[in-house]
Design a protein around this ligand. Sequence first.
Ligand SMILES: NC(=O)c1ccc[n+]([C@@H]2O[C@H](COP(=O)([O-])OP(=O)(O)OC[C@H]3O[C@@H](n4cnc5c(N)ncnc54)[C@H](OP(=O)(O)O)[C@@H]3O)[C@@H](O)[C@H]2O)c1
Length: 339
Amino acid sequence: MLKKKTRYVVAVVGATGAVGNEMIKTLGQRNFPVETLRLFASERSEGKTLEFNDKKISVEALKDTSFKGIDIALFSAGAERSKIWAPVAAKSGCVVVDNSSQWRMDPEVPLVVPEVNPHDLKKHKGIIANPNCSTIQMVVVLKPIHDAAKIKRVVVTTFQAVSGTGQKAINELMQQTADLLNFKEIQCNVYPYQIAFNVLPHIDKFLENGYTKEEMKMVNETRKIMGDNSIRLTATTVRVPVFRGHSESLNIETEKKLSPNEVRAILSKAPGIIVYDVPEKNIYPVPLNVAGKDDTYVGRIREDESIENGINMWIVADNLRKGAALNAVQIAEKLIETA
Ligand SMILES: NC(=O)c1ccc[n+]([C@@H]2O[C@H](COP(=O)([O-])OP(=O)(O)OC[C@H]3O[C@@H](n4cnc5c(N)ncnc54)[C@H](OP(=O)(O)O)[C@@H]3O)[C@@H](O)[C@H]2O)c1
């Protein structure tokens, strides 16, 4: 359990990655009370330096003794590393906020979005899971609607940026775009097809039921975070040639009827949401404008005229911030608030 202090020893595991980099930036921008920041990555990065609050910090490789004296560790180095190292860290007395999929559905591990289920943090036993990026931005929006009108069913289609796959995918989209515009042959290393100027209906592994793991993460994680197994949800997750920012088309069926204006009013008052919805003036969220922002932006709110109580909307959030680093830092902020 975390002891109350004025400043904390914080670690970022996976510090050299797309999410790790954003975690370092977010800790600085939000003035998190850091006494010392320790940075970890693979042996390949040992000795490399990264900046935090204008100071250079050396990256370390992980060892059994690495977590001694660390209060909070933000993990973002993939599920395999979290499986091995999160229990080691928790055993050393450090509270882990894990960004990978490893512990999310473990009944002993709370899966938390601070705007939705901060109360679940109390149940932690040393590890807290950060949900999947596409789930986080969706539940921030679903929660106030569920409270107001009880959600029966959600149909979601995502349009996910390459940064959701990590640094190698960012490089692949850049390289393929440059090569194509220079009439060179392209290489496909990260995705099975060319991602530049293309759209792939495939995120993570295919499962026996024909869905991808990403799609089933959205179904299962939503029920766990919202604490309601009765919500029916079906997802199609799609990778698009965007660097940063996931977009989602949501179709929501509720028990009680809500008009688009009522939905706008409910969402305008909810934490972490900006309603950005004046279609006649071309005002709706797009990933290029939402990149680097903390809130989830909602637009194109309209009635689904094909059913009794249905609403359609378009939501966009920065996958590296609210979808990953920011949500993890917000969890750490709640932890120190209640320590
Ligand atoms: N990108 C997103 O939007 C997003 C959103 C939510 C969750 N996540 C999750 O966050 C995690 C990281 O994602 P990412 O996008 O930041 O990936 P990434 O850019 O590929 O970075 C991976 C990080 O893990 C480190 N790492 C790899 N092997 C390691 C080892 N053996 N020991 C210690 N560190 C090791 C890498 O260090 P080196 O540089 O030394 O190789 C790097 O710092 C994944 O679990 C991912 O599913 C990502």
